[in-house]
Write a protein that binds this ligand. Structure first.
Ligand SMILES: Cc1cc2nc3c(=O)[nH]c(=O)nc-3n(C[C@H](O)[C@H](O)[C@H](O)COP(=O)(O)OP(=O)(O)OC[C@H]3O[C@@H](n4cnc5c(N)ncnc54)[C@H](O)[C@@H]3O)c2cc1C
Length: 460
């Protein structure tokens, strides 16, 4: 097993103001010396850089993943920043091509301005880059869709020789390129399939978690998008279930100038549970500001109301707070058994709960390295927020470790862009196309130019 310190590093407040180094978004890892970062102005410059590089290369987006994915291994290696490659490159009736460094917020805003959306529901935040989100399989919820990577119709990628490839869906390398963790090459553009924008009504409710497994499966079968927060200490579940809005509901949204409509009737059922969770989080983080970001992630469950809005207004409303987040995908067919085991574990060991367990299910992904690859999958998400001094509560991290261990034993596959203990997983057993992925990797990058120590360990 990997040590806690290596898995969940403390934040580095003293180093974050150092202009000579680049850190990740959570500020818990140094990625590279500042002079090792290269920011190409355009694709041609990027191609030259890659072809001329004698050291290894990693490419970064918004740096929201754990630092080990992006960290350079040796002096002379280069960290490529694609932030200058952004914006719309092409539009057809069914698709929009964006430069890879475009931030999701801009992607979603652009689509909305065109009266379009993606089939895939967004994750909770939109500060990731398009290429970063695609490369790690960023996802939301809903069985009729899968991850953002599954919305790609074509991926343009620069290989280790600096050559450009337009990889389309019928290309044998497509399923590898869809979610490649930055190890096939540098993505410069992604063509996303689009559909007309739709307005949704999201019904929020709270209830007992007695029949959570059955309810979760029913909600996901019945609703277009379903998301649940499970509070095992209180045996409660808070649910958001959304379907297409009726004509009347759409009129309410239009009357509200296209802004999210919050219904007047509020529900207090979650308030006591939220207060208990807040007390726990205050103890763990020692943050005194009652309006501090970590607290707002749960206070929003108080006095909840149903809402009407577009998919981004309804679901992409998270508050990005420095945190350790783990998310493990379990095949839908195993969800009932896993929830039963988690309930038994919870009642036996009474683990310390820092935050509710987030349950988001998706349809199957075609990406070879997707945790939802091949079958509908339910993601179990766990979060622990950093304390003010950059530390993590010991009880919180002990809970994360125990939960991950349990889900790994059940055949779970971790989200690549979040935290996980690689020693718990047998990758070739979990991913039937693991060797095929490695073969494609060797084709695009025969000498391992796009690897760092961590990626080499995982893909060895
Ligand atoms: C607060 C928070 C909330 C989150 N919410 C969700 C959520 O709701 N759903 C979800 O699924 N995930 C979520 N995530 C995970 C997040 O979406 C992933 O970590 C994502 O990869 C971050 O994108 P990024 O632009 O920061 O990429 P980075 O972290 O910068 O990079 C991630 C990976 O992508 C590769 N990469 C980046 N750009 C390129 C490129 N141009 N070409 C090739 N490879 C590239 C990198 O090499 C690296 O391997 C969340 C993370 C945080 C911190």
């Amino acid at each position: 097993m990997t040590t806690i310190q290596a898995l969940f590093p403390p934040r580095l407040p003293q180093q974050t103001s150092d202009e000579n180094i680049v850190v990740n978004w959570a500020k818990n890892a140094t990625l590279a010396p500042a002079q090792a970062v290269a920011t190409p102005e355009n694709e041609a410059q990027l191609q030259q850089m890659i072809a001329a590089a004698t050291g290894r290369i990693r490419v970064m987006g918004s740096r929201m993943s754990p630092g080990r994915m992006l960290k350079l291994s040796e002096p002379g290696d280069t960290l490529i920043d694609l932030s200058r490659l952004r914006g719309v490159l092409a539009v057809t009736d069914e698709s929009v091509t964006f430069a890879a460094g475009t931030v999701l917020h801009e992607v979603f805003e652009t689509l909305t301005s065109m009266n379009r959306m993606l089939h895939a529901s967004p994750g909770v935040i939109d500060s990731q880059t398009l290429a970063g989100a695609v490369s790690t399989g960023t996802h939301g919820q809903g069985m009729g869709q899968s991850s953002l990577a599954d919305e790609a119709l074509a991926i343009r990628l620069i290989d280790a020789h600096g050559e450009a490839h337009d990889i389309e869906r019928d290309d044998p390398a497509f399923d590898a390129a869809q979610q490649a963790l930055g190890t096939l090459g540098v993505i410069t553009a992604v063509t996303l399939r689009t559909r007309p924008s739709t307005i949704y009504t999201c019904f929020k409710s709270a209830g007992s978690a007695d029949n959570l497994a059955e309810d979760l499966i029913d909600w996901n079968e019945e609703w277009t998008f379903s998301k649940a927060w499970w509070f095992p200490d209180e045996n409660k579940v808070h649910t958001w279930n959304a379907r297409e809005a009726t004509a009347e509901e759409q009129a309410l949204w239009r009357d509200n100038h296209g802004e999210l409509v919050e219904m007047e009737e509020t529900d207090e059922q979650m308030n006591a549970t939220v207060d208990k969770t807040l007390a726990q989080m205050r103890d763990d983080t020692r943050i005194v500001d009652e309006n501090g970001k970590p607290f707002r992630t749960v206070t929003r469950f108080k006095d909840f109301t149903d809402v009407i809005g577009d998919i981004y207004q309804v679901f992409c409303r998270g508050i990005a707070t420095p945190q350790i987040n783990i998310e493990i995908g379990i095949p839908m067919s195993r969800v009932a058994a896993v929830i039963a085991r988690m309930k038994a574990w919870h009642s036996e060991s009474q683990p310390h709960m820092h935050y509710p367990i987030i349950l988001r299910c998706t349809g199957a992904s075609s990406a070879w390295l997707s945790p939802a690859g091949g079958e509908p999958t339910c993601f179990f998400g766990f979060v622990v927020y950093y304390a003010e001094d950059g530390s993590l509560s010991e009880e919180g991290t002990a809970f994360l470790r125990a939960a991950e261990q349990l889900l790994a034993e059940e055949g779970g596959r971790p989200h690549w862009g979040k935290y996980f203990d690689p020693s718990l997983y047998n990758w070739p057993a979990l991913y039937p196309q693991f060797e095929a992925f490695k073969a494609v990797r060797r084709r695009f990058d025969p000498d391992g130019k796009f690897m760092n120590r961590f990626m080499a360990e995982v893909l060895s």
